[in-house]
Design a protein around this ligand. Structure first.
Ligand SMILES: Cc1cc2nc3c(=O)[nH]c(=O)nc-3n(C[C@H](O)[C@H](O)[C@H](O)COP(=O)(O)O)c2cc1C
Length: 381
């Protein structure tokens, strides 16, 4: 794709996405909650971690492959769950899943996707991961889990850090609130993005695909969004994790752990993995960066449960840093969403390839031949 010719880093994809995606949806993807302190900390703390340059090591044969949740991956990342991916680019969930699979990494579909579980399952050849929000309506939650089983999803990612919604100021200003009330200026802005309009108009759906038709009396985007807004459950607790475990037979990942005590409790549940995450700085503003929470958690519970990481990953160097601090793999969020907004499936592929090459070169320059050799010694003191 011509537009991608001069793209050399994730930041280029972000700039391109900003031009191609309507303002309200670009802002939705980029923003953090409240003052965005935690969003900024996610990046700032990554940049403060220095890698240890090593020389005169034969690094001619290098391999970025590893395993996550027992499955082989070509590099230690997975695409994380992102709500409304299909409004960054039409059929975005299908395109991102295809790009992930062709690159040999897992894709996670959000509960709040535009395409449905069945849409994606019918359009791709390999199983994907499904992310679950536990809504107040437990009957609906059970039906979602059953649909994920029927679609042969290979892991269930249970998100636990959204029992109430953090506020993003810009979404309210853009009318991307619950219920949505997009302003005229946003509609005019949408009309000025012809490629986006075409992709979304030709897409399978414009509303929450996993909910539409399953929630009675909620047929339009407005009422569905309202329903979603009222369904996040502040009673969510560890007993619910037990219940989910009892109805989901496959691999279980608990996403949204930032505190060591919570990590210990997560390890006790018998889940297969946890994700150290602050939801990309979109929930508790003022919380520490994810990367600053990783090492302690990995050191204490890493032998009992697989520790994954997300929050602020924008390069292969960041993946190397997170693995050096004990992560098994990283979920990426905005990095691939910017690729999707920039150029659809090709843009997601580009995002993954950028990270792959950066990781590969950085491994070489730190004297490493394989992901298994990465450790604390990879960091400069
Ligand atoms: C636009 C957007 C929507 C998101 N939607 C979800 C979601 O539906 N479920 C979920 O568990 N996490 C969601 N997240 C959080 C991501 O899975 C991930 O934790 C976060 O993006 C990681 O930070 P990064 O974007 O800096 O890589 C969302 C993140 C973004 C940016």
């Amino acid at each position: 794709m011509r537009e991608l010719k001069n793209v050399t880093c994730i930041e280029d994809l972000r700039k391109l996405a900003r031009r191609k995606v309507p303002r309200a949806f670009f802002d939705y993807a980029e923003a953090g909650s409240y003052s965005e302190e935690t969003l900024r900390a996610n990046r700032r703390d990554f940049e403060a971690i220095k890698l240890r340059q090593r020389v005169l090591v034969d690094v001619s044969a290098r391999d970025t492959a590893t395993t996550i949740l027992g499955g082989k991956v070509s590099l230690p990342i997975a695409l994380g769950p992102v709500a409304m991916t299909g409004l960054e680019y039409g059929d975005g969930e299908i395109l991102a899943c295809r790009a992930a699979h062709s690159a040999g990494v897992p894709f996670t579909m959000s509960t709040l996707s535009i395409c449905s579980i069945e849409d994606v399952a019918a359009a791709v050849k390999k199983p994907f991961w499904f992310q679950l929000y536990v809504m107040k309506d437990r009957g609906f939650v059970r039906s979602l889990v059953e649909r994920a089983i029927a679609a042969k999803c290979s892991a269930l990612v249970l998100t636990v850090d959204l029992q109430v919604l953090g506020q993003r100021h810009i979404d309210i200003k853009n009318g991307l609130s619950v219920p949505p009330s997009l302003k005229i200026k946003n509609l005019i802005n949408m009309a000025s993005k012809p490629r986006w309009v075409a992709s979304v108009l030709l897409g399978k759906r414009w509303t929450f695909g996993n909910l539409h038709g399953y929630v009675k009396g909620m047929e339009d985007v407005r009422s569905l969004a309202q329903w979603v807004g009222s369904q996040f459950d502040p009673t969510l607790n560890w007993k619910d994790v037990e219940w989910i475990k009892s109805i989901w037979p496959g691999k279980l990942v608990i996403k949204g752990i930032l505190d060591l005590e919570d990590a210990k409790l997560a390890a006790k549940t018998g889940a297969d993995a946890l994700v150290v995450s602050n939801h990309g700085g979109r929930q508790l503003d003022g919380a520490p960066s994810s990367i600053s929470a990783l090492a302690k958690i990995a050191d204490v519970v890493g032998s009992e449960i697989e520790v994954m990481f997300d929050g602020g990953v924008r390069s292969g160097q960041d993946v190397l840093r997170a693995l050096a601090l004990g992560a098994r793999g990283c979920l990426i969020g905005r990095a691939y969403i910017f690729g999707l907004g920039a150029a659809g499936e090709a843009g997601v592929k580009k995002a993954i390839e950028i990270i792959r090459k950066e990781l590969d070169v950085s491994m070489a320059l730190t004297g490493l031949k394989s992901v298994q050799e990465i450790g604390r010694h990879t960091l400069a003191q």
